[in-house]
Design a protein around this ligand. Structure first.
Ligand code: NAP
Length: 262
């Protein structure tokens, strides 16, 4: 591999943490991970970690320039669309290779009772009228639309509590971080008498068990579709990202590609 390659990973996901761990042991690769700062106690990561927004695509481009970043890997959550668009624009502006690590969306299988919607606001309106006890698993950031549904009791699960201004009157909050097993999810749906679930189509294994448990128990799932993402190079897993890294840096060492766009 070419010596002294500096990679910025946009993180905030398990895949990003896994990728950071694997890349940080590769000789001559320096990894910097960027976190938005939404989680107060993020998992420990090797290498350099920076926290907080860049100030849009312009701020990110300036950061890439100032910190002599050679490669940009966007391993953010599939629903974190703004940062992904900013990354695509900034990488193009600076002229460095840019990869998106996007895990595949869950695909409907026989037995799934999904109500697919375009947004969180649409999800609040799409909850079946018969549902009285709803499991809300969309994180802590976009709960406001569910405050308007006083006839429903919500079981809310997130890693950290929502801000105090978002108070859902009839609810219980579970503060838990995945992965969750099928047995755990079956039990939870049973214990709370859940009759509908609201979830993002996040993909991946860590939170898929609730979808399987819902299928088994014939519980409808209001599933929020993913937002549009930029076009560009994409892989679906950490192995693919490591292969891209190798390809890209080997090309550079052969002088076939100028990975340092400056
Ligand atoms: P977003 O809407 O795409 O981003 C909003 C702003 O947050 C961005 O414009 C950027 O600010 C800043 N930002 C986001 N990710 C960043 C990163 N990795 N490093 C530095 N700044 C970042 O993102 P979001 O939906 O709020 O998600 C925030 C973070 O939580 C993401 O890193 C994502 O991976 C993680 N996450 C999100 C979800 C979800 O459902 N959305 C779920 C799990 C984890 P500036 O414009 O100032 O640069």
């Amino acid at each position: 591999m070419a010596p002294g390659i500096r990679v910025l990973i946009l993180g905030g996901t398990g895949d990003a943490a896994d990728l950071t761990g694997k890349m940080s042991v590769i000789p001559d690769i320096e990894v910097i991970t960027s976190l938005a700062g939404r989680t107060r106690q993020p998992s420990a990561l090797p290498g350099t970690v920076r926290v907080g927004g860049f100030g849009g695509s312009t701020g990110l481009a300036a950061y890439l320039h100032e910190h002599h970043i050679d490669l940009l890997i966007d391993a953010t959550h599939p629903f974190a669309a703004q940062i992904s668009w900013n990354a695509a624009i900034a990488a193009m502006e600076v002229g460095i290779p840019h990869l998106m690590l996007v895990r595949p969306a869950w695909a409907k299988v026989v037995g799934d009772d999904w109500i697919e919607v375009e947004s969180v606001a649409a999800a609040a309106l799409a909850i079946p009228v018969t549902a009285k006890q709803v499991f809300l698993t969309i994180g802590k950031q976009q709960l406001a639309p569910f405050m308007q549904l006083p006839k429903i009791w919500f079981l809310i699960r997130s890693i950290e509590p929502p801000t105090p201004d978002v108070a859902i009157p009839n609810s219980k909050l579970l503060l838990e971080r995945g992965p969750f097993s099928l047995e755990q999810e079956r039990q939870l749906l049973h214990d709370y008498g859940i009759d509908a679930i609201v979830s993002k189509n996040s993909g991946g294994d860590a939170t898929y068990a609730k979808i399987v448990a819902a299928r088994e128990l014939s519980i409808p799932v209001v599933l929020i579709k993913r937002p549009a993402m930029p076009t560009g190079e994409k892989v679906t897993n950490v192995t693919g990202a490591l292969a891209w890294l190798q390809r890209t840096t080997v090309l550079d060492s052969m002088g076939e590609k100028d990975i340092c766009g400056w």
